[in-house]
Design a binder for this molecule. Structure first.
Ligand SMILES: C[S@@+](CC[C@H](N)C(=O)[O-])C[C@H]1O[C@@H](n2cnc3c(N)ncnc32)[C@H](O)[C@@H]1O
Length: 225
């Protein structure tokens, strides 16, 4: 077992559905972070491919001049998803109540998860689902910074250092059959922690874990339930 029951707990154990009931038309990270993420998507996503933006909102941070065959959106607030101009279709689902997606096996070239992985209480099932939905050769890009809704993040996240969180996400990938050894991109200016120490504004650190789907899966993870 990757996480203990305690490590999956949140300070606020009320349903996430209540917390995300109100739309938040804000960006959760600074412009520098978003620029780096959009640049990463430009490098790693194929134009004309099929993308799932999971745990999404009113923004997907995709390069404006790149078009995709289909961008599926998943999130928690319908008004946010409805306003997201990049989504061709979307659905709302609480992954802490139902971690399995009603989406086809091997139906996406890329799965994006932006500044949200810290809220997953059953990451092993969700990552197995991500792998199931990816085509062989497809990639998952999980990006995060050091910001969060602290009462909604799992304890394993809150209690880890920033580097420990990268290791945690890599371990989610490593625990999932059919993913290659994950790659991590780290851009945390050393000055940022010193700025924070003095309560001064600093750039958001940028972290991304990239996982490639390597081997064809022989059966759907839905069948293992
Ligand atoms: C900080 S926002 C990030 C939204 C978006 N990815 C972005 O970059 O703006 C966190 C997101 O995590 C998702 N989320 C949080 N708890 C969730 C849950 N229990 N089930 C599914 N999604 C959840 C929601 O979509 C929420 O908008």
């Amino acid at each position: 077992m990757l996480l203990s029951d305690t490590q999956r707990r949140k300070q606020d154990e009320s349903s996430d559905t209540l917390f995300y009931d109100t739309p938040r038309f804000v960006t959760h990270v600074d412009e520098g972070f978003i620029d780096q993420l959009t640049q990463l998507y430009r490098q790693r996503l194929q134009p004309g491919s099929r993308v799932l933006d999971m745990m999404s909102s009113w923004v997907s941070h995709l390069p404006e001049d790149v078009s995709f065959a289909h961008v599926e959106g998943h999130g928690m607030n319908e008004a946010e998803l409805d306003r997201n101009p990049r989504l061709d279709h979307y659905f709302v689902q609480n992954l802490n109540e139902n971690p399995r997606f009603e989406l086809e096996d091997a139906s996406f070239d890329a799965i994006l998860n932006t500044v949200s992985v810290q809220y997953l209480q059953q990451p092993e099932i969700v990552f197995a689902e991500m792998r199931r939905m990816l085509k062989p050769g497809g990639i998952a890009i999980i990006s995060f910074s050091n910001r969060m809704f602290p009462h909604k993040a799992i304890q394993a996240w809150s209690n880890s250092s920033e580097l420990g969180r990268i290791e945690l996400v890599k371990n989610y990938v490593r625990a999932t059959p059919g993913f290659a050894e994950p790659e991590a991109i780290i851009n945390a200016p050393t000055s940022s922690s010193i700025f924070q120490l003095f309560g001064l504004p600093s750039a958001d650190p940028f972290y991304a874990v990239i996982a490639e789907a390597v081997q064809p899966l022989t059966r759907s993870t839905n069948e293992t339930a």
